[in-house]
Design a protein around this ligand. Sequence first.
Ligand code: NAP
Length: 318
Amino acid sequence: MRYKRLGNSDLVVSVVGLGTWAIGGDFWGSVDDALSIKTIQRAIDCGINLIDTAPAYGNGHAERIVGEAIKGRRDKVIIATKCGVLRDGPRFIRTLKPETIRKEIDESLRRLGVDVIDLYQIHWPDKNTPLEDSVNELVKLRQAGKFRYLGVSNFDTKLMEQIISMTDIVSLQPQYSLLERSIEKDVLPFCREKGIGVLTYGSLGGGILTGKFKERPKLEKGDHRDRFYPFFHEPLWSKAMQLVEALREIAYEVGKPVAHVAINWVNQQEGVTSALVGAKTPEQAEQNAGAGEWELSEEHLKRIEAAYKNIFGSDGVD
Ligand SMILES: NC(=O)c1ccc[n+]([C@@H]2O[C@H](COP(=O)([O-])OP(=O)(O)OC[C@H]3O[C@@H](n4cnc5c(N)ncnc54)[C@H](OP(=O)(O)O)[C@@H]3O)[C@@H](O)[C@H]2O)c1
C-alpha cells in the first residue's frame, strides 16, 4: 500500500481509503452488520488506514459499525467523519448551526468509541447559516480536543477561499472519478496551489467502474445509489459502458481488476491524496486495497485520456 501525507497535517493516509456510506444500511440496499464489520477489519488488515464515515450514513449506523470494527485497532486507523447533514427519515437535511455541530460531534465520538476524531469534515455547505458562525464553533471544538484536523466536502473554490481566511483546513472531499471530472477545472488546481489534501468520493462511480455491470442493474429495493450517481441513467450509462471497455482492455493487459484501473487513474491525478472507495464485503475491500500496490504507466494514462475524449468529447461529461 502506498501512503501520502494529507495536506499540511501529520496524518499519513493510505492512497485507498474505505468509504462507509453503503454500510449505513438505509440507502444502498440491505446490509449485514457482521459482514460490514469484517469488511472494515479486512480493509485494515490490507493496509487501508483511512476510514471515512458520517452521521448521515444510516443516521449514525455506519459510525456505530465503524466503532465496533475498530475496537482494539484504534492505533491502526485514521478516522474521518463529518458534520452538517442530519436525517429525517429518507431526507438529508443540511445544517451547520453551531448548536447542532456541538451535539453532533459528541454523538459521533460516542458512536465511534474514540476520544478524538482525526479528521472532522463539513459534509455539505449550509446556505442558511453564516459560515463564520459554524467555523467559530468548530475552532472551539478543535481547541477542546474533540477533533484534530478540519476538512470540508463539496465546497467550491469560493467557499474554500472563505474558510481558509478564517481557519486552517487540511482537506477537501469532492466527487471525482472518470465519470465526474468537473473538479479538474478549478477546484483541484486550487487545492494543489494551497496544499489542501484531496480525498475523492464516488471513485468507482457507485460500482460502475468495477466493470461488473453488463447491463443497467435492477437495483434491489432500498438501493437508491442511482439517485445520487447519474451515470446509472441514459445518456451517461451507455458512455460509461464504453469507457469501462477501455479500462477492461488495460486491466486485461496488466492482469488486474478493472476497479484497480479506475482507482489508480484517480490516485495518479496530481493533487489527489487518496481515493475513498466503498465496499460491502471483505472481498471487495481486499480487492480495492490491492490498487495501492501498483500504478498505471504514462502510456496507460494517455490511452485512458484518449478513450475518454473519444467517448465524452473534450469537454467531458459536465
Ligand atoms: N462527502 C460526500 O458528500 C460523499 C458522497 C458520497 C460518498 N462519500 C464517501 O465516499 C465513499 C465512496 O463512495 P461510494 O461508496 O458512494 O461509491 P463508490 O466507492 O464509487 O462505490 C462503492 C460501491 O461499489 C461496489 N464495489 C466496491 N468495490 C467493488 C469491487 N471490488 N467489486 C465489485 N463491486 C464493488 C459496492 O457496492 P455493491 O456491491 O452493492 O455494488 C460499493 O458499495 C462513501 O462510502 C463515503 O464514505 C462522500
